[in-house]
Design a protein around this ligand. Structure first.
Ligand code: CP
Length: 430
């Protein structure tokens, strides 16, 4: 098998849209056996899947793919052409994706996991240079895009803030973008103005990725969020179709939720509960877009009511830096997502997410740190997933995803089995 057994099985379940239980029954094996085959190579409990099972799974997936092919005969060509924006290989909005293309991207992200988890190295982007242009504060997006590019063998040049860029001298977006295009092979841009990254993208033919444009979109964050939800659901034996997603917090200015609700709306029969303080509700145009496919959308200002029956609780920070006259310093104490309210309103399989950063200052009442040792808290599994997903974005936009599998070599160092002291036992083994 050219790809790892874990990637092969995860991809098969995703393509067939089956939970682990149903998939195990479909291929006639015990769920426990399937779980051991799904563990990463090298972990103590991992077992090799019998050849006959691999052949049977291949057969089922091929039959299903054939049916899909007939149903979607218009869909062909490389993924980067199918998700292109304005004919260019750029990632500006999640609107560029269909359910099929997003899941194809996640198959590439699965291939990247051994590199992201520091078991393998690859040099498929050797010689390529990334320009990271961040005109707004960032830790995760800037560093993880840079690390993702480096882990594919490329190198990174970056500039942060307006002060240290010539935009401080009045240089236009067009000139900046065209100049950078002559220096680097791809750009990731974060800018405080909605729509500005599209302006950068219009001025160059190299791949441009939107790292967050004001209160507009944050497509790579939404992609890694969806990837995390699907990975968590696979571990829990749940399907995303029909799930209940609660988004809580500043839904007016939180660009991550703007992108995420659009991606989740690609699935079937979703229920969205949107919980926000008065005045920070999700914009109307997004509600209209998300409700087009018949999803149920409920809005409330009461956190305890909203959390009931949630499969996913997605919390966001107050985006005070974008306020235009709103008078709010932080969330009120009754709006804080903490251990007590999660225990009271959610089940043992609910997952709690946040794009981070969370505001840990007193009085902010953002997502509480008292959930840090609770395995339902998925925030660091989420940030870890930023690497394989962002590697997949680069590989696809630069057309090298087909070279990754054969480029893998073992790492020469020994990373720790768990990165964080409070990581759950299954973190990294899902
Ligand atoms: N989630 C996110 O965009 O984090 P940063 O602002 O640190 O990049």
């Amino acid at each position: 098998m050219a790809i790892s057994q874990q990637v092969f099985l995860r991809d098969a379940m995703r393509r067939l849209n089956l939970t682990r239980d149903v998939f195990a029954a479909r291929i006639g094996v015990k769920r426990r056996a399937l779980d051991t085959w799904l563990l990463p190579e090298g972990s103590q409990e991992a077992r090799a899947m019998p050849e006959v099972v691999a052949r049977f799974v291949t057969e089922i997936v091929e039959n299903s793919a054939l049916m899909e092919k007939y149903a979607q005969s218009a869909q062909s060509g490389p993924l980067r052409d199918r998700i292109a924006a304005g004919g260019k290989h750029q990632l500006l909005s999640v609107d560029q994706f269909t359910r099929e293309s997003v899941e194809e991207l996640f198959r590439v992200a699965d291939l990247m996991q051994p590199i992201a988890r520091r078991r393998k190295v690859s040099r498929v982007l050797e010689g390529a240079v990334l320009g990271n242009l961040f005109f707004e504060a960032s830790t995760r997006t800037r560093v993880s895009f840079g690390a993702a590019f480096c882990r594919l063998g490329g190198s990174v040049c970056d500039t942060t803030g307006f002060t240290f860029s010539s935009m401080a001298k009045g240089e236009s977006i067009y000139d900046t973008s065209r100049v950078m295009g002559g220096y680097v092979d791809a750009m990731v841009i974060r800018h405080p103005e909605k729509g500005s990254v599209a302006e950068f993208a219009a001025a160059t033919n190299i791949p441009v990725v939107n790292g967050g444009d004001g209160a507009g979109e944050h497509p790579s964050q939404a992609l890694l969020d969806l990837y995390t939800i699907l990975t968590e659901f696979s571990r829990l034996g749940k399907l995303l179709d029909g799930a209940h997603i609660v988004m809580a917090g500043d839904l007016k200015y939180g660009r991550t939720v703007h992108s995420l609700i659009k991606l989740l709306a690609l699935y079937r029969g979703m229920k969205f509960t949107l919980v926000s303080p008065p005045g920070l509700e999700m914009p109307e145009y997004l509600l209209e877009q998300a409700s087009r496919n018949g999803h149920v959308i409920e809005q409330t200002h009461d956190l305890a009511t909203g959390l009931k029956g949630a499969d996913v609780v997605y919390a966001t920070r107050v985006q005070k830096e974008r306020f235009a006259g709103e008078n709010l310093e932080g969330y009120t104490a009754d709006f804080q997502i903490n251990r007590a309210i999660v225990d009271a309103c959610c089940g043992p399989d609910t997952i709690v997410m946040h794009p981070l950063p969370r505001d840990s200052r007193e009085g902010a009442n953002d997502l509480s740190t008292d959930l840090n040792t609770d395995p339902r808290l998925a925030i660091f599994r989420q940030t870890d997933n930023g690497i394989p997903v962002r590697m997949a974005i680069f590989a696809v936009l630069m057309g090298v995803e087909g070279l990754v599998q054969h480029s893998l070599r073992d790492v020469t160092w020994a990373p720790p089995s768990h990165i964080g002291p409070d990581d759950s036992v299954f973190h990294g083994l899902d």
